[in-house]
Design a protein around this ligand. Sequence first.
Ligand code: FEO
Length: 408
Amino acid sequence: MKVFPIAEGIQMVSVNATGFLFEGMWDLPYGVSINSYVVGKEEVALIDGICGWDHTKEGLDTFLKEAGIKLEDIKHVVLNHMEPDHTEWISAFLELYTDFDFYCSKPASLLLEHFFGKDDRIKVVADGDTLELASGHKLTFVSAPGVHWPDTMMTFEETTKTLFTCDNFGSFGSLESLTDEGCEEKDLEFLETQQQRYYSNVLASFSTQVGRGVQKTRELNPAIIAPGHGLAWKKDVNRIMDDYDRYVQYSKGIAKEEVLVLWGSMYGMSGKMVQYIEEILEREGMTHKAIPVNTTDLGTIIQHAWSATGIIVVAPTYEFNLFPPMSYTVEEMGTKRVQGRVGFYTGSFGWSGGGKKHFAEIIERKKMNWDLVEGYEFKGTPKEEDKRVVEEKVLEVIKKVRTCIAEQ
Ligand code: FEO
């Protein structure tokens, strides 16, 4: 756990968490930071808890010492969002100390009771409600439903113009410096890849609501954006807002001039076609990446799908249907709203086809609204004639992607 001042009377508490699956399912190749905040001194408001606390009395004493506060100073706990990555500490804390009030949205209050039992400490706040502290800090609650759950709100501290955004503007990746002021450009560029991973894995399904949250943030004109995951932004708040606007835009279809080749192969026959497709993309100067779906975690796949305008799917027919690791992947891309892409399916079959039809059925059923180039199934290993057909289709994908980018 690190405790670090980010503004007058405001401290960031952050822990780098590794070695687990986020939400029980998302791989974290570079970990994730979980942040909370301490506002004020004699009358303290904790925002989103005490990150990284080990739930012991000794650990709590260490935190209090590092933050320079006493336990009895804690008068208010603001819960911007009830997901347990921000609230798991509550039960242990209630066993040690109870002389404080919770501030949260109405939906959060209902969940708080379900998670931790009925509690008369809960104060429900609405958009625009305020809480003034003895230190002069003034907290205004800003509703942000759907970022990432219906209960979410943000909290704006007016004297320092610090906006505590919880999941909004979050990122995967462990932190060395807690703010963008301590980062070099190369660090920020790397962390951007983890922002996109976080957005696509966790927030993508709620892109409309996130877009509203970004707009609301711009209207508040914060000097500091202090999220629940990732860097606190002080030097360049516009950078993270622009990145998030871009991710929201990608949900509408036109992303980067990139083609993602998602592939799976049972005995290497569809795999041979992948090599050929990559050669065409390389020759045509199209930025591309090929990912095998049966040996790659879903989080990585969705991360790269999010910024690709074109997605080529290569996988065989398996028992009259699309190769199961691929059908799962396409279904999950539909759930995560990877929509409006230029798409093309090809793959091999032995006794009967079926992959092409199953692929198109998933795209339709999940309302993914892809612009599909007519799919192509080939028998056994790809022959010269199959390659000629696929080359035409890949060139059509490239042309459509470039047209999309040019016309946006
Ligand atoms: Fe970081 Fe939706 O919790």
